[in-house]
Design a protein around this ligand. Structure first.
Ligand code: GRF
Length: 206
């Protein structure tokens, strides 16, 4: 048997997307092994989720570092030491430096709670609700140096309902996130896909 592909998950907070990945690995929907979960915040709720799943955790507190470059160099080293092939950002509230992105070129995914390219940046469900769109959703995309702008791997639309608040919309978008993130990770790890410009072309079998 070949060794499962090794992913690293970076978090800052509650870690429900991390949980969806851990669950998908545990029940065999995602052929991967979570090699490490790294948080930039001590005490992030997601760390306990990783521990409960028997996954190694690491806290790299950004406040202990002189610069973004020094912090990211430590991240690269920690992920490399654990032979991580794919980095999955799951509510990691930090901008990654060009050096980090170069070190994992084409091997970083992020989950974002809007139908990109609409509403990049902070609090996308609020932005969508406040703008008055009738459809929002969730997006898994590759990370490049743009803000939430890398090639899109998977999306799921979430209609805005009469009477929604930005919180109730965010809660339904979160359910979509939990469906598409493990699926997208699986598709990327399986390989056979290619990029045509910025368009993600999955393998014929997907
Ligand atoms: C999610 O909405 C994700 O899309 C965004 O940050 C939030 C993280 O939530 N990038 P959680 O920590 O996975 O629960």
């Amino acid at each position: 048997m070949t060794e499962p592909r090794r992913i690293g998950v970076l978090i800052s907070g509650r870690g429900t997307n991390l949980q969806s990945i851990l669950d998908a690995v545990a029940d065999g929907r995602l052929a991967a092994s979570v090699a490490v979960v790294i948080s930039n915040r001590p005490g992030a709720e997601g760390l306990a989720r990783a521990e409960a799943a028997g996954v190694e955790t690491l806290v790299l507190d950004h406040r202990a570092h002189r610069s973004r470059e020094a912090y990211d160099a430590e991240l690269v080293e920690a992920l490399g030491a654990r032979r991580v092939e794919l980095v999955c950002l799951a509510g990691f509230m930090r901008i990654l430096s060009p050096a980090f992105i170069a070190a994992f070129q084409g091997r970083i995914l992020n989950i974002h709670p809007s139908l990109l390219p609409a509403f990049p940046g902070v609090n996308p469900p609020y932005q969508a609700w406040e703008h008055g769109v009738t459809i929002s959703g969730a997006t898994v995309h590759f990370v490049d140096e743009s803000l939430d702008g890398g090639p899109i791997v998977r999306q799921e639309a979430v209609p805005v309902q009469q009477g929604d608040t930005s919180d109730s919309l965010a809660a339904r978008i979160l359910e979509a996130e939990h469906r598409i993130y493990p699926e997208a990770i699986g598709v990327v790890l399986k390989g056979g896909w290619r990029l045509d410009g910025r368009r993600f072309i999955p393998a014929a079998r997907d």
